[in-house]
Design a protein around this ligand. Structure first.
Ligand code: PMT
Length: 417
C-alpha cells in the first residue's frame, strides 16, 4: 500500500503564493513552478508593486488558478476570505519591508495583506530587500512580532543584490523556499500512516437499462472528507458513485448501485483504521430490473421494491478491532433537537462511533449544495455543532473529530523549521 510520506506533503495542498514588489519577484515564478511540480494547487496573489516587476500572466500560465492582483474588480466579491479559508499554506516570496510591516501591524491594504490577515493556515514569509533595510530596527521588530505569532520566516541569503550591491537580503533560493513549505506542511500530516475508507455520492438502482431510482447526492461532501483526510497524510480509499476526481494518491473505486458499493466497502474495510459512510445509499431498489427498456406502450408498470443492504449497519454489527466507524444521517428534522435525536437513534441502531447529521430540508444544507451545516454526534455523548459553512470546512471539522478519536492516536511529526 502506498502510504504518503513527508515528501508528499505538497501534493494536493492548496498554497496561496503571495508575491510583493521587489526585484526578486522574478524568482517567485520558479517557486510557483516547483510548487506545481510537487502537486500543490497554487493560487498566485500579486501586489501592485509585484506587477511592476513581473506580469501576472506569467503566473496565470503556470499556476492552478489565474493570478489575482486586487481585492476588487475580480469575479469573487470577497476573494481574500475565500483564499484565506481554503489555504493549507500561504507563502510570501519575496516579502518586502512594506509587506512585512503591514502584516505585522494588521493593515490590510491590498488583497495579499487581507488574505494574510484572513487566513488561519500556516504562513511562510521569505523576506528580500537591501541589507540596510533588512537590518533596520522596524523590519527587525516586525519580523520578531510575526515570529512570535507563529509565522515561519525563511531568512534571506547573503549575496548579490540589485544595483550591483552585495550583502544579506537576497531572497532564499526557490528550492529552499519549497523545501521550507514542504517541511511546514509535513509537520501538519497528523494522519500519516492512517488508512481511511470513504464513500461518496448517491447510488443508482436500475429499473431497466436506461432508468434508475436515485437521489440528489453530488458526492461533494464525501469527496471533501476524502480530500481532507488525504491532505492530512491518510491513505484514502474512496468509493464513489460520481466521476469527480479523487484526492491525489488516493485509490478511487467507482460504483453505481448499493450492492456494488457494499462489495467494494467489504473488500476494503478490514484494512481500514476509519470508515466514513458519507454516501447516500438508496434504501430501496426495484426487486427486478427489466433486461430491456420498459415500453411506454405496455402501460404503467407495477414496480415492486425491496430493501437494499444497509452497509453501515452491517459494518457496525461486525466491528473490526480499533476501527472507527463514522456514519451520516440525512434527516428532514425541522429543529436542532429533532436532528440530534435522530442522529443519536441512528448512532445506537447502527453501532457507530460518530454520526454526522444534516437537516437536508434546511436552506443551503445537504444534497448538491456547496455548503452544509451539521452536528457531529459521538457515541461518547458529545455533540459538536458546525454552523452553515463550506463543505470543505465541514470536512475539516469531521476529520478533527476523527483524529481526536483514532486509537492509538495518530503520531504527530516533529516541526522541522
Ligand atoms: O453528496 P452531497 O451532494 O455533497 O450531499 C451530502 C449528503 C447529504 C449526501 C451527506 O451529507 C449525507 O447526509 N450522507 C448520508 C446520506 C444518507 O444516506 O443518509 P441516511 O440517513 O439515509 O443513512 C444513514 C447512514 O447509513 C449513512 O451513513 C449512509 O451512508 C448509510 N447507509 C444508508 C442506507 C444503506 N442502505 N446503507 C448505508 O450504509
Amino acid at each position: 500500500m502506498d502510504i504518503p510520506d513527508r515528501c508528499e506533503a505538497l501534493r494536493g495542498a492548496r498554497v496561496v503564493l503571495g508575491v510583493s514588489g521587489g526585484i526578486a519577484a522574478y524568482k517567485a515564478v520558479e517557486v510557483c513552478r516547483r510548487l506545481m511540480d510537487a502537486g500543490a494547487h497554487v493560487s498566485p496573489v500579486l501586489t501592485r508593486g509585484a506587477t511592476r516587476f513581473i506580469a501576472p500572466l506569467t503566473f496565470s500560465a503556470l499556476a492552478s488558478e489565474p493570478a489575482r492582483t486586487t481585492l476588487y474588480d475580480g469575479p469573487e466579491p470577497i476573494p481574500h476570505t475565500r483564499l484565506g479559508q481554503d489555504a493549507d499554506l500561504v507563502v510570501v516570496a519575496p516579502a518586502t519591508a512594506r509587506l512585512l510591516g503591514s502584516y505585522a501591524a494588521g493593515i490590510s491594504s491590498d488583497l495579499l495583506t487581507a488574505t494574510l490577515i484572513a487566513t488561519r493556515a500556516p504562513v511562510l514569509v521569505c523576506p528580500a530587500m537591501h541589507t540596510e533595510m533588512w537590518e533596520h530596527p522596524s523590519v527587525v521588530e516586525n519580523l520578531a512580532v510575526l515570529r512570535r505569532r507563529g509565522v515561519h520566516v525563511l531568512d534571506p541569503e547573503a549575496g548579490r543584490l540589485a544595483g550591483g550591491d552585495a550583502g544579506k537580503g537576497r531572497l532564499a533560493s526557490p528550492a529552499a523556499i519549497v523545501e521550507a513549505a514542504t517541511a511546514i506542511l509535513g509537520s501538519k500530516l497528523s494522519l500519516l500512516g492512517v488508512r481511511a475508507l470513504v464513500t461518496a455520492g448517491g447510488t443508482r438502482e436500475p429499473l431497466d437499462p436506461v432508468r434508475f431510482i436515485g437521489n440528489r447526492s453530488s458526492g461533494k461532501q464525501g469527496h471533501a472528507i476524502a480530500d481532507e483526510l488525504a491532505r492530512r497524510g491518510a491513505h484514502v480509499v474512496l468509493i464513489t458513485t460520481t466521476d469527480r476526481q479523487g484526492p491525489p494518491g488516493a485509490e478511487v473505486v467507482r460504483v453505481g448501485t448499493a450492492s456494488e458499493m457494499e462489495r467494494a466497502v467489504l473488500a476494503h474495510r478490514d484494512c481500514s483504521d476509519v470508515v466514513v459512510m458519507a454516501a447516500a445509499v438508496a434504501d430501496f431498489r426495484p426487486k427486478v430490473a427489466a433486461a430491456t427498456k420498459i415500453k411506454k406502450g405496455d402501460g404503467v408498470p407495477d414496480i415492486v421494491l425491496e430493501a437494499t443492504p444497509d452497509i453501515l449497519a452491517a459494518l457496525g454489527a461486525t466491528p473490526v478491532a480499533g476501527q472507527l466507524l463514522v456514519g451520516f444521517a440525512a434527516e428532514t428534522a425541522g429543529s436542532r433537537e429533532a436532528l440530534l435525536g435522530a442522529a443519536r437513534s441512528k448512532l445506537a441502531a447502527k453501532h457507530v462511533d460518530l454520526v454526522v447529521a444534516n437537516d437536508v430540508a434546511a436552506p443551503g444544507v445537504g444534497f448538491s449544495h456547496d455548503t452544509n451545516e451539521v452536528i457531529i454526534v459521538g457515541a461518547d455523548g458529545s455533540s459538536t455543532d458546525v454552523p452553515l459553512t463550506s463543505k470543505t470546512a465541514v470536512a475539516g471539522a469531521v476529520v478533527d473529530a476523527i483524529t481526536a478519536r483514532l486509537s492509538p492516536p495518530p503520531h504527530t511529526s516533529k516541526e522541522l523549521t
